[in-house]
Design a protein around this ligand. Structure first.
Ligand code: NAP
Length: 341
């Protein structure tokens, strides 16, 4: 067994952005154990990644030392997330120095309201709520200088003229959209996605405020958090709900037409997942002054930019935080543990 000294956990590392980020981080940090976690690993992503790494380092491909490991995780189910963390804890991995809350899904049609196993609108459940619970439960496993990077999206910002307008009235309405307010029918798939990505930024800012307050008041752990928009990435499987043909075109044809997509959308923020992975890996491996200076920041690729007006609304940040903690905590003791930094 190699002496790994730290762990990097990436949700959704089996395809797309997370996959290439896992590879880059493993290359850059050979002493870090890399865990990729998603619902399924049909393509055996961890095996392919380990194989590529072993080829590069010219170690035997039959070596039992696997730097990258896959663990099953379904972010749409709170019991599954709790089971994942119990499984994780039983493995005695070294402390987590980087937690990449990256997995995501998007439903395109959005006509029907899809609910998670916990009865929560599915996009909000996976993209925000499941990640929040994962973070809260993994707190005891984080290294004292852990870096948390949350993958958001430029679609969260209406000023970026994205096709869907993010909407945040309350966390309760995103979680349980009702027809009474017209919320269930007004919000279509793309808009639910953009709103969940706004929740990612609101949560980042609410968490950063708590980390800074704890750090200023005592010798608390010095965790840092930032959010990132990787840009539009042809070559990922995010469009899987749009049907097999669209997905195939997006994964195999659009990758050659990045320049055309930039031209057609008037947006330079279009990248192959390998390129965006380099930015995510850089943010994830920041330490010391760089990590602290960028805590509470929002990045478009590698560049720090301002996020949407709505994301800076402290009322919305706190509404989301309080609703999230109240929904997820099993009892008062757990609520206290979630809120202690
Ligand atoms: N692609 C883009 O153009 C784009 C643009 C801006 C932001 N983003 C963001 O980038 C991040 C990565 O997406 P991607 O583009 O790389 O898409 P992707 O290729 O579809 O990867 C998404 C990953 O999330 C996992 N996932 C989905 N549902 C899950 C669940 N319930 N529980 C656990 N894991 C789950 C998937 O694995 P399983 O299906 O096996 O669970 C997969 O590994 C997402 O947060 C996305 O919102 C993407």
């Amino acid at each position: 067994m190699a002496a790994f000294t730290s762990t990097i956990l990436i949700t959704g590392g089996t395809t797309g952005l997370g996959y290439y980020t896992a590879l880059l981080l493993a290359q850059r940090l050979p002493s870090a154990k890399i865990i990729i976690a998603s619902r399924t690993d049909k393509v055996k992503a961890a095996d392919t990644l380990n194989h590529d790494l072993q080829k590069e380092t010219k170690t035997s491909t039959t070596s039992s030392i696997k730097q990258i490991e896959y663990l099953p995780l379904d972010l749409s189910s709170t019991p599954n997330i709790r089971a994942f963390v119990a499984n994780y804890a039983s493995k005695s991995y070294p402390p987590i120095t980087a937690l990449l809350l990256n997995a995501g899904l998007q439903y395109h049609s959005g006509k029907d309201l899809r609910l998670s196993a916990d009865g929560i609108e599915i996009t909000f459940a996976v993209n925000h709520l499941g990640h929040a619970l994962l973070f809260f439960l993994l707190k005891p496993h984080l290294a004292s200088n852990a870096r948390i990077v949350i993958t958001s999206s430029g679609t969260h910002d209406p000023a970026q003229k994205t096709p869907f307008e993010a909407k945040y009235e309350s966390a309760e309405l995103l979680a349980h959209p009702t027809d009474k307010e017209g919320y269930a029918t007004r919000m279509k798939g793309g808009q639910r996605y953009a709103s969940s990505k706004l929740a990612n930024v609101l949560f980042t800012y609410a968490l950063d405020r708590r980390l800074k307050a704890a750090h200023d008041s005592r010798d608390a752990a010095s965790w840092t958090v930032c959010a990132m928009d990787p840009g539009l990435m042809p070559g990922t499987a995010l469009g899987r709900d749009a049907g097999a043909i669209v997905l195939w075109l997006f994964m195999h044809v659009a990758t050659r037409l990045v320049w055309l997509l930039r031209l057609l959308t008037g947006n330079q923020n279009v990248h192959l997942p390998q390129e965006s992975a380099a930015n995510l890996a850089r943010l994830a491996s920041m330490v010391g002054k760089d990590a602290h200076e960028s805590s509470g920041a929002y990045f478009e690729g590698g560049k720090e930019i301002d996020s949407s007006v709505a994301s800076h609304d402290e009322g919305k940040q706190e509404d989301l935080w309080q609703w999230t903690v109240n929904f997820l905590a099993r009892d008062e003791d757990e609520k206290k543990a979630f809120e202690t930094f």
